[in-house]
Design a protein around this ligand. Structure first.
Ligand code: FPP
Ligand code: MG
Length: 295
């Protein structure tokens, strides 16, 4: 992973704009799940660290833009770039990161560059769907899962596929693993938005619902509530919630075990992922940390 970090710093330096370098250095790198996945699948491939660095730049760009779109004040517990520098700077920094990443991607096998590039188109479609779905209370589970696939899983799927191509492994099987890992990751993320405390999250709890995002636990809850309580839940959608309302939502979620149901869904996706890659212990370990993480 050190090589990936060094490469990321080198690519940013090559942009040759100190202001961008300075802003980039202030970003928290996060878990680097995508780069770790690539190195785990293709540990011996000489260009795996570069592919990891490229994908992390794309991911960082997507988060910069996402925070503008979501008007998020915090990212990984620190003020977002849009909060401190304004939206224009956040958008342009994102543009620099992803265009630099794409320049580097051109040196890769077209199977890899195409897979990554197409995943970024899907990621952008997923983000648009997310925004439009947040305008009303979505109760369509399949539509929600499709959006999750596009917004989060597709880039992870492309990472696993690309790394398998680099390593001469079964690319289709690894793509299935990546897709399921990505979906499980996002479902766990949605759960943590409800169950983790604000200090751990680095943002207010039940933030997704306040932002209008009706995630899996809320869709499940809606299906189980009676008519009047359905109405109450819909009224709370996309609002800044009082503690009393948060308490009511949590108590109903407890009553109907919706968090357990969402975990079971994530677990089933993990099982499917593991079935695709067989006895690769390192990949099993990655998916286990994703499902058991607390932040
Ligand atoms: C986070 O979602 C957002 C994403 C994973 C994808 C965002 C994609 C774009 C903005 C498309 C543009 C892409 C590029 C490369 C510029 P979230 O808001 O549910 O998660 P959060 O809680 O981490 O903000
Ligand atoms: Mg967001």
């Amino acid at each position: 992973m050190e090589t990936v970090e060094t490469l990321i710093a080198k690519l940013i330096d090559e942009v040759d704009y100190p202001h961008a370098t300075e802003l980039f250095k202030k970003l928290s790198g996060g878990k680097r799940l995508r780069a770790r996945l690539i190195l785990t699948i293709a540990p011996e491939a000489p260009s795996a660290p570069l592919l990891g660095a490229i994908v992390e730049l794309i991911h960082a760009a997507s988060l910069l833009h996402d925070d503008v779109i979501d008007e998020a004040q915090l990212r990984r517990g620190v003020p977002s770039v849009n909060a401190t520098q304004g939206s224009k700077t956040a958008i342009m920094l994102g543009d620099i990161l992803y265009s630099k990443a794409f320049s580097e991607l051109t040196a890769f096998d077209p199977k890899i560059s195409r897979a990554v590039a197409e995943s970024v188109t899907r990621l952008s479609v997923g983000e648009m769907m997310d925004v439009s779905m947040a305008e009303s209370f979505n109760t369509d589970r399949e539509l929600y899962l499709k959006m999750l696939y596009l917004k989060t899983a597709t880039l992870i799927e492309a990472c696993a596929y690309g790394a398998a191509v680099l390593a001469g492994k079964d690319a289709q099987a690894h793509a299935i693993y990546g897709k399921n890992l990505g979906l499980a990751f996002q479902i766990v993320d949605d759960i943590l938005d409800i169950t983790a405390d604000e200090a751990t999250l680095g943002k207010p709890s039940l933030n997704d619902f306040s932002e209008g995002k009706v995630t899996l636990p809320y869709i499940d809850l809606y299906e189980r509530l009676g008519r009047d309580e359905k109405e109450r839940l819909v009224q709370s959608h996309a609002q800044v919630l009082e503690d009393e309302e948060k308490g009511w939502i949590r108590s109903r979620m407890d009553q109907f075990h919706v968090i357990e149901h969402s975990y079971a869904h994530a677990r089933a996706l993990c099982d499917e992922a593991v079935a695709a890659i067989g006895d690769d212990l390192a990949l099993r370990a990655i998916i286990e940390t994703v499902i058991q993480r607390s932040h």
